[in-house]
Design a protein around this ligand. Structure first.
Ligand SMILES: C[S@@+](CC[C@H](N)C(=O)[O-])C[C@H]1O[C@@H](n2cnc3c(N)ncnc32)[C@H](O)[C@@H]1O
Length: 269
C-alpha cells in the first residue's frame, strides 16, 4: 500500500471512531493527563494571548484543557477528519480562530505562524520527517512544537508495554459467552521511533529536540478493552447485548492497574 493510501486509511478509521473516541477521552483521565503535560511543557504565561495550533485536534480535548487554563489563548484547530473537526466545532463554535481540515504534513502551505503547536495522542500516526518539516515552517523563531508518543511507538518503552496482553482475557470472556474465537491480526506492528533519530530529523528541519521524557502512569487494565472497543466489530461480530456482556466481562478480568508509558517531546525552533 502506498504511504498516501495508508494515510487516508488511518484518517478514515478515525472518522469512523470519532464519536466513540470523544467519549473515551472524556471517560478516561489519561488523555487529560497527556494534554496537561503538553500544555505544561509549552510554558505559556497567564496573560499572554499566545497563538496556538491544536494539531490533530480530534474532538478538541487539548483545546478544552488549554482554554480552561489560558482563556486568552488564540486557538486554531486542525484535523484531516471532517467528522472529528465537527465534534470540535460543536464544542467551541466561534470561540476559536479557525478550523482547518488538513493533515499535519500539509500545514506548511498555511499563511499562519504560531507561538506553539500542540499535538496529543496522534504523532505516532504521522511520518515524523514530513510533519517536522511542515511544523518548522509554521513556528515563530523560538516557538515550540510539543507532542507525545504512546510508549508502544518508542524504542525505549515498546518492550515495557503490557497493553497487548488482552488476548487471553478476551478469549476467556468470549468462551464463557459461548462465542467463537476469531483470529485477530498479529500485535506489535508499531513503527518504533528513537530519541536519536528524532533529534537528527529535527535538526535537518531547523528544530532542536530539547525535551524527550518518558512518563509512566498507572491506568486500569480495563482501559485497553475500552480503547479497542471503539471499533464496533471488535472483538468479533455478535449481537449488541452479547458484545456488551463480553466487553464487561473482559474489563473485569483485566488487571486492576497496568503501567502505561508515554513520551513527551518538545521541539524548539
Ligand atoms: C487519537 S486522536 C487524538 C485527538 C486529540 N489530539 C486528543 O488528544 O484527543 C488522533 C487524531 O489524529 C488525526 N490524524 C490521523 N492522521 C493524521 C495526519 N496524518 N495528520 C493530522 N492528523 C491526523 C485523526 O483524525 C484523529 O483526530
Amino acid at each position: 500500500m502506498s504511504s498516501e493510501s495508508l494515510r487516508q486509511r488511518i484518517i478514515a478509521s478515525w472518522s469512523l471512531r470519532a464519536k466513540a473516541y470523544h467519549s473515551l477521552t472524556r471517560d478516561w483521565e489519561l488523555f487529560e493527563i497527556m494534554a496537561k503535560r503538553l500544555i505544561e511543557n509549552a510554558s505559556f504565561s497567564k496573560d499572554h494571548g499566545a497563538k496556538v495550533l491544536d494539531l490533530a485536534c480530534g474532538s478538541g480535548l487539548v483545546s478544552e484543557v488549554l482554554f480552561g487554563q489560558f482563556p486568552r489563548v488564540k486557538l486554531h484547530l486542525c484535523d484531516p477528519s471532517e467528522t472529528m473537526l465537527n465534534l470540535s466545532r460543536d464544542l467551541f463554535g466561534d470561540r476559536v480562530q479557525s478550523y482547518l481540515q488538513k493533515a499535519a504534513r500539509d500545514i506548511k502551505s498555511m499563511a499562519l505562524n504560531f507561538d506553539a503547536i500542540l499535538c496529543s495522542a496522534a504523532f505516532h500516526l504521522m511520518d515524523e520527517d514530513a510533519v517536522l518539516e511542515s511544523v518548522a515552517q509554521r513556528l515563530k523563531p523560538g516557538a515550540v512544537f510539543v507532542c507525545n508518543l504512546w510508549g508502544h511507538s518508542f524504542d525505549e518503552t515498546a518492550g515495557l508495554d503490557s497493553s497487548q496482553d488482552w488476548r487471553p482475557v478476551v478469549r476467556k470472556a468470549l468462551k464463557e459467552s459461548g462465542q467463537d474465537i476469531p483470529k485477530w491480526p498479529a500485535s506489535g506492528g508499531a513503527r518504533l521511533r528513537s530519541r536519536q533519530k528524532l533529534r537528527e530529523i529535527a535538526e535537518k528541519h531547523g528544530l532542536e529536540l530539547d525535551l524527550c521524557q518518558v512518563d509512566k502512569d498507572l491506568v486500569p487494565g480495563a482501559f485497553t478493552i475500552a480503547f479497542l472497543a471503539m471499533r464496533e466489530s471488535w472483538p468479533a461480530d455478535m449481537d449488541k447485548d452479547t458484545r456488551e456482556a463480553v466487553l464487561a466481562r473482559a474489563m473485569e478480568l483485566m488487571p486492576e492497574q497496568e503501567p502505561c508509558y508515554t513520551v513527551r517531546l518538545r521541539f524548539r525552533k
